[in-house]
Ligand binder design. Sequence first.
Ligand SMILES: C[S@@+](CC[C@H](N)C(=O)[O-])C[C@H]1O[C@@H](n2cnc3c(N)ncnc32)[C@H](O)[C@@H]1O
Length: 518
Amino acid sequence: MTKLPDTFLRNMERLLRDEYPAFLASYAMPREQGVRANGLKLSAETFARMSPFPLEPIRWTADGFYTPERERPGKHPYYHAGLYYIQEPSAMAPVEWLDVRPGDKVLDLCAAPGGKSTQIAAKLQGRGLLVTNDNQPDRVKALAKNIERYGATNAIVLNETPERLAPRMPQFFDKILVDAPCSGEGMFRKDDDMAKAWDEEAPRRYAAMQRGILARAADMLAPGGRLVYSTCTFSPEENEEVVASLLRDRSDFRVVPIPAERGFAHGRPDWIGADAGCGERCPDLAGTARLWPHRLRGEGHFIAVLEREAAVEGREAALAIAAEPAAEREPSGERPSRHAGKGGRAGQRDGDRGRTGGAPKPSGRGTSPGTTDPAPFIAFAAEQLTVPLPGTVDVLRDFVYLVPDGAPGLDGLKAVRPGWFVGTIRGGRFEPSHALAMGLSRDADSVRSVSFAVGDADAIRYLKGETLQLPDDRLRRSGPDVPAKGYCLICVDGYPLGWAKWQNGMLKNEYPPGWRWA
Ligand SMILES: C[S@@+](CC[C@H](N)C(=O)[O-])C[C@H]1O[C@@H](n2cnc3c(N)ncnc32)[C@H](O)[C@@H]1O
């Protein structure tokens, strides 16, 4: 059992009183492991049918499942295909309250390693914009990798501070998630190192940081927009008090109550002092949610849903939309195509997409003197792919990106991915990126493909980076005119894993070294 800091235990005993023994006993219970089906690639029902390990539904996330702790979901070809994300079950809750809809402009301000960003990307279904940011350069690399494995095609990955972002994007986003850095008390059962790193000043230190991050996030939220503030800690200083500081400073923000159901408990305004400054609005903090490890199957979390008042002329319209039943706004039972046009709904089967449209639009920037001509990419897309790609082509040095529609200007900001990184132009030739393969839906999206069955040892050999020799009839071509030689999309059960080059029955492996099966 985790060794818990004495001061932490005393604090919890003081706060929880009669509930404290049950809370303490939860540390002797096994920690929970979860996976979330990738709604960009398949439905939760399809995933549940094909899952290689036992699944049990999580009560607050339709796409989320518990998996037994003995399973190693990170060691499976479907993981490399991005069919699911491994995520602690309670951590799946905040995004459920962000109410993301296809077409929204969403900011995930403290995003690495990307669990919640990938969940947001699935809810956007390729429409609208996800700006995902983390201020730590080392962590932002993992964020970019997870976004790419997940196949998000409308994301921008930034490595910025909230202070630099806020003046550049005032009132820009419809939805913002602040999954704040915190003292991590809710993770002590899962991660011994967090318990070891904790000290009694940690909550106060983090609270100061959280108040600043939340205030800058509020500046970037459009009138009528929604902001979710979450932490994985118990201390009231980092939870109710931080939200109280926003209510004190911003009369245009209000708490949207989260019902105490599915094991969620109410927030605790009674745990913060009168000097929190939220005055008569303090009782509203009971509408925030606390996820306790002794009340549900997951680690400790806090969630606050905040809405910014709509601009006066937009208020009536916003209220009318809010009053509509959700089912009337976004019909369920089918997955909209990720790449259909605005409001378009195409494919009805998992991962299907609109099959009409044209080549990507050049931005003009890539064709200006001194920068690389995007023509090799345009030619590659026309010859190699059977589906249209979204966004606007931008070439920065030799790297080709598809910038999502509605993206803000990024000049002067540290953009790790200013859009979907689709490949590199070297010596006038286009080399497709791994991210391009992962953003495709199925084997049929490429004119040439090889799909391995999940149990086929060649799938693992491909993931290990080996060169493979296959009979010609294993190569699927979209038509008789497609030459055998060239880039070939490698898949598992039809879901893309990466690229190889086919030549005379040899598959020259293009699986990136940093992604290989170890
Ligand atoms: C709780 S973690 C986020 C987890 C992430 N949302 C997920 O679901 O995978 C908090 C993150 O905030 C980042 N962070 C810390 N201070 C920050 C700041 N001032 N601005 C932006 N990000 C910050 C940390 O690097 C860390 O990755």
